[in-house]
Design a protein around this ligand. Structure first.
Ligand code: ADP
Ligand code: MG
Length: 483
């Protein structure tokens, strides 16, 4: 199960439980100390996300009882932090043998429930929202998303939904694309934007001026929650919780394939929300029509709003992303190093980011400048994985196939553009993907001179900068050759 951590939208509930147990001064003091240690142990973000809502109920003999407002939180905290909490308690109070974590009994008013908005004057909602909302990553905002040709359409659609959810034509918004291209980032960005701003849009189902409640979760988590609800005979609660949100976002929908019951449930939730004029945002690795194994009626509904794809990154976008990340991290990364990374790591942004982070960490640790040499050194093992042995012959074959010319034309003397251009691309890719020298490459293309290869490389690079369709062709070829 993949739980993302990073939200701070969990309200403080400590004051109340402390007052209630004020007479048990000693225990309260110990609890304060346990909390401080927990926070130190797991870090601020995790603490705020999961543990801040834990309250002390009391001690009975050697058993200590803690409370959490919802079943989901209780299960999660017990599973992930139970042992840690117990051991910290035991160092604080040796008489405690067992720590029991329970769900808070329901109250008339519900001050302990996580409020899905940062607006402090908003009235608390009666439902337990902490169950529905997965924490959002604070880094994933529109500000930090770098826009380029391959993602500008998806970005524009996401912006549009964040400004005016449930607008006709944009509901559902279906974002799709390969791994690490920014789907989750855009979804979180929408969620942040919406939960920080009162409703502006004119959508029928959403009340003007009220904070918007957003539920974001992965399809896996949706399934996990649904199965749990079935097991605990609380499907009605589950349905009601989901149907009470203004915006429902399900990430990585492809995980529902083959899970018929869950798909069925999702389909009904989907319909209920759309009928009520609420916004749905979905991501998946493929378009609705390519997601085989999805029920037809669901596929049809998924495709009837806005479908936007995130294309593979181009060299230019990778450079822009690296620049933005370097500025954000406040480090000076030479242009040569960025170019090196953007050439070598083409598959996805997450890996590109990871490589940059490693360079930065290394530079900090050893108090050294980032240079091309340190990049080679630090990323040695990472790059090895990307450095597959592609041969010039393979490149020529793929490129010739792509533009429908004979492979022999790669070595021929013909100079008409429909032949010369693919040949230049093949030379360019040979330079990028192999370790062959320019003269070596020239020899493989009908014994051409190394200056011809040089010219081809600069010509292709320039064209990629001005012709997006061409750039995408080249990137596609590169990825095919790399995989
Ligand atoms: P996906 O959900 O499509 O697999 P993510 O949204 O998790 O991909 O993106 C992977 C990583 O790359 C994240 O850290 C994200 O911030 C970063 N990333 C992806 N695209 C961009 C972009 N255009 N600008 C900035 N960061 C990006
Ligand atoms: Mg994702």
């Amino acid at each position: 199960m993949n739980f993302e951590i990073g939200s701070a939208r969990v309200s403080d509930t400590m004051g109340q439980s402390e007052r209630e147990f004020g007479r048990e001064n000693l225990l309260t003091n110990q609890w304060a100390s346990v909390r401080a240690k927990l926070q130190q142990e797991v870090g601020d973000v995790e603490y705020r996300t999961w543990l801040k809502q834990v309250s002390l109920a009391g001690q009975d003999g050697d058993e200590l009882t803690l409370m959490l407002p919802t079943r989901f939180l209780r299960d999660w905290v017990s599973k992930e932090y139970g042992a840690l909490i117990t051991s910290i308690w035991q160092t604080e109070n040796a008489s405690i043998r067992r720590v029991d974590i329970r769900t808070q009994p329901a109250r008339g008013t519900a001050p302990n429930l996580a409020e899905p908005t940062s607006n402090p004057v908003a009235p608390a909602r009666p439902e337990a929202r902490a169950d529905v909302i997965a924490p959002l990553d604070q880094r994933f905002t529109f500000d930090t998303f770098v826009v380029g040709k391959p993602n500008e359409f998806a970005y524009a659609c996401a912006r549009r939904v964040a400004e005016a959810p449930a607008t006709q034509g944009f509901n559902p918004l279906f974002l799709y694309g390969g791994v690490g291209l920014g789907k989750t980032h855009l979804m979180h960005a929408i969620a942040w934007e919406l939960s920080n701003a009162p409703m502006q849009g004119s959508a029928q189902g959403l009340a003007q001026g009220k904070p918007v409640s957003v539920a974001y979760m992965s399809a896996e988590k949706f399934m996990y929650r649904f199965i749990n609800a079935l097991r605990n005979q609380s499907t009605l609660e589950f349905k009601n919780e989901l149907r009470s949100v203004d915006v429902l976002m399900i990430d990585d929908l492809q995980f529902l394939i083959g899970k018929d019951n869950t798909q069925e449930e999702f389909f009904h939730t989907f319909n209920a929300l759309v009928d009520a004029g609420k916004q749905i945002v979905i991501s998946a690795d493929k378009s609705p029509s390519d997601l085989s194994g999805l029920e037809d009626r669901l596929r049809t509904r998924l495709g009837c709003g806005m479908v936007a794809d995130l294309h593979a990154t181009t060299f230019e976008l990778r450079i822009s992303i690296l620049e933005a990340k370097a500025i954000r991290a406040g480090v000076d990364v030479p242009a040569k190093v960025m170019e090196f990374l953007a050439h070598k790591i083409t598959s996805n942004v997450r890996e590109l980011e990871g490589a940059l982070n490693r360079l930065v960490a290394h530079a900090n640790l050893f108090d050294r400048q980032i240079t091309l040499e340190t990049a080679h050194e630090v990323l040695h093992d990472v790059l090895k994985a990307f450095d597959r042995r592609v041969t010039i012959q393979e490149i020529q074959k793929k490129v010739a196939e792509h533009w429908n010319i004979k492979i022999s034309e790669m070595s021929s003397a013909r100079r008409s553009r429909n032949i010369a251009r693919p040949r230049q691309v093949a030379m360019y890719l040979a330079k990028q993907l192999t370790s062959k020298s320019l003269p070596d490459i020239g020899r493989n293309f009908g014994d051409r001179d190394h200056t011809t290869v040089m010219h081809a490389v600069s010509r292709v690079t320039a064209l990629m900068g001005t012709d997006a369709a061409f750039a995408e062709d080249v990137e596609l070829l590169r990825r095919m050759l790399e995989s």
